[in-house]
Design a protein around this ligand. Sequence first.
Ligand code: ZN
Length: 229
Amino acid sequence: MQESGLIKFFMSPSKIIRSQRKTLSISINEDAELIVRAPKRLSIEKIQDFINEKENWINRKITLVENQIKDVTSNQNKILYLGTLFPIIIKPQASRELIFTGEEFVVKSIEPNSLSLSLKKWCKSKFREIALPRVAYFADKHNLNVNQVRIKNQKTMWGSCSSKNNINLNYLLIMAPSEVIDYVIIHELAHTIHRNHSVDFWRLVQLIMPDFQQHKQWLKANGYKLRRV
Ligand SMILES: [Zn+2]
């Protein structure tokens, strides 16, 4: 390796995942770490060259994720519900683990494990209560056939629709504004007609929700806020 190469050798991946794949890929995970996926026998020099080439993109992306982490950390004493942040108040004598008063979340304990557990439970049941009638409403209005609706926490997906028209929805969406929840529901409902993201698919989404772009965009820009419970 040349000297200039050595000097540039400062950015190293946190993790290299080797597999049968034929191409190299880099990504930044939610902890702002650089992850490299590489073919089994590709030399470390080749990997480093690739990283050096993508340095600007990597730096930009790491800064973005670091800012997101700062944002999430600074709001740790608040809970996002339908797009609004509400404060957490601790009352050890409270009758339940977690109560939403309309203005604040009252919790018995902020011990991370117990808070995370009660919050997950609350999000799931609240999301079910809000989302299921919306699925029925849009399906009915636009004559779309839905089989089962399942409410889950899928780590990487907001929703999905199977070939049997079973729809899965991520309950962390309860933190998003209600129009964003509607957008994800409409997106999955449109997949009961178009199994892809073709022009016809997006046309149907737009027909049902003319301003869907801004809600799609909200999710792209703010999705990170919904992921950490
Ligand atoms: Zn889709």
